[in-house]
Design a protein around this ligand. Structure first.
Ligand code: XIL
Length: 365
């Protein structure tokens, strides 16, 4: 199946518009001679559901924020025209959706879904169970183990049910490992390790068609964390859980050091285990790269391009997503002080060498 080519969308829209104009003109001509008194048909805008469109061989995605899609037109344009897959950066997280106990607020996530569908883009679900971005009522609620299980079950059934048939994948469990140990997060403390198989079970029960992923940083490197990830998933599967693959966040310079052979090896190990992989949150911090600013930009392009090419060649890599639309808005500015500029478009919304490198590696125009 051919890779979806970002630059094609405008041409396709233009062709569709011309066809529409032609059809309207022809219809109008016909009506004047054959049925002058007929009431004109009402125009209905039909948005094709994601599931009924042909999927690209590899999705090319970006994380987006509801707020910025509302307020920044250039951000919106890049998101809709240059990518074919969107991941809500924060708007599908527990702390947003169930900010108040028992009230599920899908307004922001739905707005992103509507934006995606209106622009012919697919959606990735991120994330159901994470130790961060949890609401106060939950972490300070002193719930018993059983109460917490019930809260999580209701949450997963409700959220996965709401987006049933609309997301190509869910990051079901996010960043549950600390090195090779389970991270001591809220879920482990209140439920115990069973929160992981339970989450996968409830998600699969609710939407058996969607792909279910374990997502974490550092899985692009050979080492104990990746070994633990693979062994955890193998154990889960041997116990009957449905797990489709691993989201490799690939935060180069923040979470990971880039060694291409590590990415190749880890993707191949997942493939040998019958698992898929998605590059789920890639960014490459500029600060840590050698040379002057031009050299840094070239090296950044080189790293992005290599990961995209490895993903394309792997055979089990379904998508390549960058964690943000442009350097003007990057999550790294909240946590590191070194120069970041970690994305494919710069602070002035211009494509960087890294954008061309990724498009080339994925096989686009
Ligand atoms: C980050 C967002 O980018 C920030 O805006 C937010 O403040 C915190 O979360 N790993 C993940 C993502 O799985 O959900 C995180 O996103 C980045 C690290």
């Amino acid at each position: 199946m051919p890779l979806w080519i970002p630059g094609d969308r405008r041409a396709r829209r233009m062709t569709a518009l011309l066809c529409l104009l032609l059809m309207v003109t022809l219809a109008a001509c016909g009506q004047t001679t054959t049925a002058p008194t007929r009431t004109p048909a009402r125009t209905t805008v039909v948005i094709t559901p994601a599931a009924s469109r042909a999927k690209p061989a590899i999705f090319f995605g970006t994380a987006v924020q509801y707020q910025l899609l509302q307020t920044d037109l250039q951000y919106r344009r890049i998101a809709s025209d240059k990518f074919n897959l969107l991941t809500p950066e924060n708007d599908m997280k527990f702390g947003v959706i169930e900010q108040r106990q028992g009230t599920f607020d899908f307004a922001r996530a739905d707005a992103i879904m509507t934006f995606a569908r209106a622009n012919g883009l697919w959606l990735r679900g991120h994330t159901l169970v994470w130790g961060q971005d949890l609401p106060d009522w939950l972490v300070n609620g002193h719930f018993t183990r059983q109460q917490t299980i019930d809260i999580l079950k209701t949450y997963i059934l409700t959220v996965v049910g709401h987006f049933k048939g609309q997301v190509i994948a869910w990051d079901v469990v996010n960043e549950a490992l600390d090195g090779s140990q389970l991270k001591n997060n809220f879920w482990l403390q209140t439920i115990g390790p069973e929160y992981i198989p339970l989450a996968f079970e409830w998600a699969h029960q609710t939407d058996p068609q969607t792909a279910l992923f374990y997502n974490d940083w550092g899985d692009d490197e050979i080492g104990p964390k990746f070994d633990a990830t693979l062994s955890m998933i193998n154990t889960l599967r041997s116990q009957g859980a449905h797990v489709d693959g691993v989201g490799m966040e690939t935060h180069i310079g923040f979470g990971s050091v880039f060694r291409p052979e590590d990415v190749v090896t880890n993707m191949a190990r997942l493939k040998a285990a019958g698992l898929d992989v998605e590059v789920s949150e890639m960014d490459v911090q500029l600060g840590g790269l050698p040379g002057d600013s031009n050299t840094k930009l070239q090296e950044q392009a080189n790293i992005f391009g290599q990961v995209a090419a490895i993903c394309k060649a792997a055979g089990n890599c379904r998508s390549f997503t960058v964690w943000g639309v442009c350097d003007r808005y990057t999550w790294l500015s909240q946590i590191v002080t070194s120069p970041q500029q970690p994305l494919l478009f710069d602070v002035n919304y211009q494509p960087k060498p890294a954008y061309a490198a990724v498009v080339k590696a994925l096989g686009g125009a």
